[in-house]
Design a protein. Structure first.
Length: 337
C-alpha cells in the first residue's frame, strides 16, 4: 500500500489538479443516474455472465480512466522519498568559527615563504578544508575591520573571498580590537553550542576605537572562545617600507608582537595563545585548533539527491490505462465516453 504522506513533492501545487478527475468521475455518475438503460444479452458471453450483471460493472471503465489521470498528476508532482537514508535529518559534529585575519602591510614581511600573508592564507585554507561540518566566516582588519565573508558552510565561497584579502583595502594600522569586535558581531546570534574566533596578527594594536581587552570581555559574555596566533620570527625580519613616491622597499626591522595582550585575550575567553615563527609551526597550530571539542548540531544532510518515486505512480497509471483498454474492447465493446 502506498503511503502518500511518506513523500515530499517537488511540485506540490500539481496536486491541486486532482480535483479534476474527481469532478469527472462525479459527472459521469450523475449522467448514468439520469439515464434508464435497458439490459441486453451478449451472445458470446451467455455461458459466463448475464448482460444485466455485466452492465453493473461498466462503471469500471471511467473509474480506471479517472484513476489513471489521478496517478499521472501525482507523478507530475515529483514525489520524493523523505524517509530514505539519503534524505534525512542527522546529528552532525560542528562549531561556528570566524577567522579574524590581519592583512596590514606588515603581513608582507618576508620571514615566511614567500611572505607572512601568503603563508598564513595557505595554512588557513587547509584548515578550512578540514572543517567540513562547521560554519565558517572571515573578518579582515588593518586600521579598520570588516566582514569579508559571513558564516557559511560553502567552503569554496569562503576560500574565494580569502584570496581577495590584501593589504591596502582599509586605513593602515593594526586594529586588533576592531577585528575582534567585528568577529564577535558575526557570532553573537549564533545558536551553535561552540563559538570560536581564531585571531591571527603580526603586530601591536595601534588603531581603532575598541580596546582589545574590552572586546575579549564581550566575547566572554557571549560564550565565544578566542584562539590567538602571533605570526613572526624572533628578532628581525624584512618589512615592506613605502618611500615618499609610494614605492615599496624592504628593510630589516624588529618583530614586535604584543604577546601579553594576545595571551590575556585567549586566557580570558577559555582559548589559547600560539606563536608561529615559520610556516611549519603555523601548520601545527592550526592542527591543534582543529582538535577543538565539537558541538552537536542538527543538520539536514543530502548524501545524494532525494530519491525520485514518480515512476511508481506512472506505472500504476499505465496499469489502469491497460485495464481500461482491455475492458473497453473485450467485455464492453461500446464506448461509454
Amino acid at each position: 500500500m502506498l503511503d502518500w504522506f511518506s513523500y515530499t513533492y517537488k511540485h506540490l501545487w500539481y496536486l491541486v489538479i486532482l480535483v479534476l478527475p474527481a469532478l469527472l468521475l462525479g459527472l459521469w455518475f450523475l449522467m448514468q443516474n439520469g439515464t434508464n438503460e435497458k439490459s441486453f444479452k451478449i451472445s458470446s458471453f451467455k455461458n459466463f455472465i448475464s448482460s444485466s450483471s455485466l452492465a453493473n460493472f461498466r462503471f469500471l471503465i471511467p473509474l480506471f480512466r479517472v484513476l489513471a489521470i489521478a496517478f499521472i498528476i501525482v507523478a507530475l508532482a515529483r514525489p520524493q522519498d523523505k524517509n530514505d537514508e539519503a534524505y534525512k535529518e542527522i546529528t552532525s559534529e560542528g562549531i561556528d568559527i570566524v577567522l579574524a585575519f590581519d592583512v596590514s602591510m606588515s603581513m608582507l614581511a618576508m620571514d615566511f615563504e614567500p611572505n607572512r600573508l601568503e603563508a598564513a592564507r595557505d595554512v588557513a585554507t587547509q584548515f578550512i578544508d578540514k572543517r567540513k561540518n562547521d560554519r565558517m566566516g572571515l573578518v579582515i582588519f588593518e586600521g579598520e575591520a570588516f566582514t569579508q565573508c559571513p558564516l557559511t558552510t560553502d567552503k569554496n565561497v569562503l576560500k574565494s573571498q580569502f584570496k581577495l584579502a590584501e593589504p591596502g583595502l582599509m586605513e593602515q594600522g593594526t586594529a586588533i580590537g576592531m577585528g575582534l569586535a567585528t568577529a564577535i558581531n558575526r557570532l553573537r546570534e549564533s545558536e551553535a553550542k561552540s563559538k570560536v574566533i581564531v585571531l591571527l596578527t603580526d603586530g601591536v594594536n595601534n588603531q581603532g576605537n575598541i580596546d582589545p581587552a574590552t572586546a575579549a570581555d564581550i566575547a566572554k559574555e557571549f560564550g565565544i572562545r578566542i584562539y590567538t596566533i602571533g605570526v613572526g620570527t624572533k628578532g628581525k625580519a624584512k618589512y615592506p617600507v613605502p618611500d615618499m613616491f609610494g614605492n615599496i622597499t624592504f628593510q630589516y626591522m624588529p618583530v614586535e608582537i604584543d604577546e601579553a595582550l594576545l595571551t590575556d585575550i585567549a586566557k580570558k575567553t577559555g582559548g589559547e595563545y600560539f606563536r608561529a615563527t615559520n610556516k611549519k609551526s603555523l601548520e601545527g597550530i592550526y592542527d591543534n585548533i582543529d582538535k577543538l571539542e565539537k558541538s552537536k548540531i542538527n543538520v539536514i544532510e543530502f548524501k545524494k539527491d532525494p530519491p525520485e518515486r514518480f515512476h511508481i505512480f506512472a506505472f500504476i497509471a499505465l496499469g489502469f490505462i491497460v485495464l481500461e483498454i482491455l475492458l473497453r474492447y473485450t467485455l464492453f465493446k461500446s464506448p461509454l465516453w
